[in-house]
Design a protein around this ligand. Sequence first.
Ligand SMILES: C[S@@+](CC[C@H](N)C(=O)[O-])C[C@H]1O[C@@H](n2cnc3c(N)ncnc32)[C@H](O)[C@@H]1O
Length: 203
Amino acid sequence: MQSVKVDYNKEFSETNGGFVNSMVRMLENGHIMSKLNPSKDDSILEIGCNSGQFTKKLLKHCNKVIGIDINEEAINTSDLNNLFCMNAEELDFKNESFSKIVSMHTIEHIPNIKKAILEMGRVVKKGGRIVLSYPFEPVRGITCLRTACVVYKNPMMCRQLHLHKLNRGKMEEIIKDTQLMIASHKIIFNPWPVYVTVLEKAS
Ligand SMILES: C[S@@+](CC[C@H](N)C(=O)[O-])C[C@H]1O[C@@H](n2cnc3c(N)ncnc32)[C@H](O)[C@@H]1O
C-alpha cells in the first residue's frame, strides 16, 4: 500500500461532530462501549480521538483515559487535558501501559496500518483488549465520499482518506505471528455497515 500524505485539517474534524452525526453514531458508540466494558480500574487509550467526544464518555466510567490523534487542530479545540497529538504508528508510551485500547474509524486512514496495530499490541497489557471499528466497504473509499467533498472539495479524493479496504481476512493477515488474536468480529449497522473487531493479547 502506497503511503499518502493526508491533510487532517479542521474541515476533516468538523465532519465528525454535529447533531446528525451524533445521532447516527449513538448505536455504534453503545456497541463499542459494551465491547470495551470500561471499569474504574481500567487504563484506556483511545487512538484517533479527534476532539475527544468519545474520550469524554469514557471518563465517566474510568479514571485513567488518554486520547491521541495526529490532528493537532482537533486536539487543540478540546477542553480536555488528557489528549495528545501523536501518530498511532509511533506511540510514545511504555510497553503494557494500558488495559484496553479503542479506536473508531481510524485504522483505515493510517498508511502503515500493520505498524499501528503492532504498536497497539505493544502498549496493551497481557490479557488486554483492543476494540476497533472500521467501515465495511465493497469499494475502498466509497463510505467517505462526503468527507472527501468537505476536505478536498472533490469526492474522487475519497481514496486519499481511506487507505485500506479492511475485513476479517485482512485483520488476520496483519496480526499473524503476533501475540494478538481475534476475540470477536461482527458487522453492526450505524445505519451503514461497520465492522467491529475485538483483539486480545495473550496472557
Ligand atoms: C474519521 S476520524 C474518526 C474520529 C473519531 N474516532 C470518531 O470515531 O468520530 C479519523 C481520525 O483518525 C485520526 N488519525 C488519522 N491517522 C492517524 C494516525 N496515524 N495517528 C493518530 N490519529 C490518526 C484523524 O486525525 C481523525 O481524527
